[in-house]
Design a protein around this ligand. Sequence first.
Ligand code: ZN
Length: 90
Amino acid sequence: MSVPADTLAAMDVTAVSAPEPEPPGTGRIADLVAAYTPLSPLGKQQLRGNCPFCRSPMFRVRPRHNTFHCFSCGAGGDARMFAAKIGHQP
Ligand SMILES: [Zn+2]
């Protein structure tokens, strides 16, 4: 009346989660925005600066997400949208 312990050991699941591919343009947003307004670190994952559109200091950039957002004028998006909004045609 003994339960084979090997049965449980055989269920060792080696779930390999594939690393998410970096979205195209990762890291570009910071360089792109910095060309228009100075950015300074805010915490670990954000940069802050003056909004190049409305000059408000409520402008944030998240390099890891490749996004920007202004809490004042509501501008936001990814690097492509920033380039399009500011009129820079790559
Ligand atoms: Zn703004």
